[in-house]
Design a protein around this ligand. Structure first.
Ligand code: IPE
Ligand code: IPE
Ligand code: MG
Length: 246
């Protein structure tokens, strides 16, 4: 029996974990506001949560983790917030990378990095190159990422190859098309988690999440805990994935 006021510990079967978890790290601003803090304090707290959850995912044996850190639409925010996010990303990425280097975590970035501040862009590129040969779990960080942008770029590249006579349009398969995306070569997410109470996809992994299971929680990302992740895993394991079959 759960104690009054306490949620029951979720039951997770660690032999049946999803291969790939994707997370929309949302609710940093509301977390800060509810504490009377500036939004940037929420982003800093959210970065700490990323560190905790990424480490935990690695410990329990999740092979792929993809996190949404900054969308192609997030440039609409006030300049001060965008710059603060970029600064925090640099600081916390550096720390998280140092942490996870020991464990041979492979970092990969989804999104067009070219509009990012130069130092951040360089950090991302160096990290990706340095960890490319590692064999640990893979963490994909979506930065200036949009699902539509990703699909559009793939279409443009493919159209260019057709025009050059290298490819034939009628021969393109779903598997081929996946190979043009930033996620080329990695399995689709099994589980997409969105905290903060919003229940929308906000341009995240549109192609890849065709058959993902979704888990929504009201908890804001800075408050997202290992226990909350276990709750998401237990929910995932209670689902029947039919992929259109019976
Ligand atoms: C997510 O938290 C972080 C980014 C989008 C960069 P938000 O900043 O969207 O937080 P809320 O949704 O306003 O609470
Ligand atoms: C999605 O959150 C993007 C990230 C978490 C990086 P938003 O806060 O930008 O999404 P909307 O605006 O609520 O849809
Ligand atoms: Mg938000």
């Amino acid at each position: 029996m759960p104690l009054f006021g306490k949620k029951e510990e979720p039951k997770v079967d660690y032999s049946r974990l999803p291969q790939h978890i994707a997370i929309i790290m949302d609710g940093n601003g509301r977390w800060a506001k509810s504490r009377g803090l500036p939004r940037t304090a929420g982003h800093a707290a959210g970065a700490e949560t990323f560190r905790t959850i990424a480490t935990y995912c690695r410990e329990i044996g999740i092979k792929y983790l993809t996190v949404y850190a900054f969308s192609t639409e997030n440039w609409k925010r006030p300049m001060e917030e965008v710059s603060a996010i970029m600064g925090l990303l640099k600081k916390y990425l550096l720390e998280a990378i140092t942490d996870m280097e020991k464990e041979k975590v492979r970092f990969y970035f989804f999104g067009d990095l070219s509009p990012l501040p130069q130092e951040l862009r360089q950090l991302c590129q160096e990290t990706q190159t340095r960890s490319a040969g590692y064999t640990g779990c893979r963490v994909n960080i979506c930065l200036n990422y949009g699902g539509r942008d990703e699909i559009l770029r793939a279409a443009r590249t493919f159209a260019g190859q057709c025009a050059a006579g290298e490819k034939k349009a009628e021969e393109l398969t779903e598997a081929d098309f996946s190979g043009y995306l930033w996620s080329a070569g990695i399995p689709d997410p099994d589980l997409v988690i969105r905290p903060s109470g919003e229940e929308r996809i906000s341009n995240f992994l549109l192609w890849q999440s065709a058959y993902a299971e979704f888990y929504f929680t009201d908890v804001n990302w800075p408050d997202f805990s290992k226990e909350e992740l276990r709750r998401a895993l237990a929910a995932y394991q209670s689902r029947s994935r039919r992929f259109g079959g019976v």
